[in-house]
Design a protein around this ligand. Sequence first.
Ligand SMILES: [Zn+2]
Length: 270
Amino acid sequence: MSFVLKESIKGTKYYVIDEFNKTKMVKTCFTTRIGGVSNGEFSTLNMGTKTSDKKENIIKNYEILCDALGTSIENLVLSDQVHGDKIKIVHMDDRGKGLLCENPIKEIDGLITSQKGVCLVTQYADCVPIYILDKKNKVIALVHSGWRGTVKKISKRAIEIMKDVYNTNPIDCLGAIGPSIGLCCYEVDKGVIGEFEKNFNNIEDFVKNKKSGKYNLDLWEANKSILKDIGFKEENIIVSHVCTMCNEELFSYRRDKGNTGRMVAMIELL
Ligand SMILES: [Zn+2]
């Protein structure tokens, strides 16, 4: 079991994380591009609030998704992602920020909450979504971890904050690594690999050398190793193994040369 693809009665497709949902503590999802109202390069379920898509279409897509998931658009809190490692704890009074009202949550790539009905939302087109559920203390986190976020070990940062504020022990946590660009498609140059060499002592586990001086990078394995290092049990880390560039039902920044929509990861405490 892992990420399971669902389809609503109205034809909207999204993944849920089985192991997370089975706890009955959370709702989770990762969207596809299927079942929305946007057109052209954004067709059809574009959730990217910073794209040039019509605002009314983006809002409609969020309404369609919330309807399918059984949550309210008023519950959503969006981050303002900049490929950094800053994380913010959000509360009831943050709901609506980034979508229904202005977003004062600036330069934040990870969100944490312990409050029910606060739905964390981060946006993607190839970068890696990391979901965390502390089952004991009922705290959730959602982290946007592209290669820069992975180098900065943003998921470790999230756990450190959860430890400080909520007394989280990684042994009580589930982690999930969502759909994103896979080793199969993610070619990077030596400069990127150099950044990883500075911060990891196991890069042979997730970097494959290619003859042309290019490298293939496995961000799923890199993020899994970060979670294991902080104390997650291996069996509590779920990896989707869905590559955004290979899968035509997903937006991919690299495949579509930047001209594309965004998917969202969501998690909400029940
Ligand atoms: Zn691929």
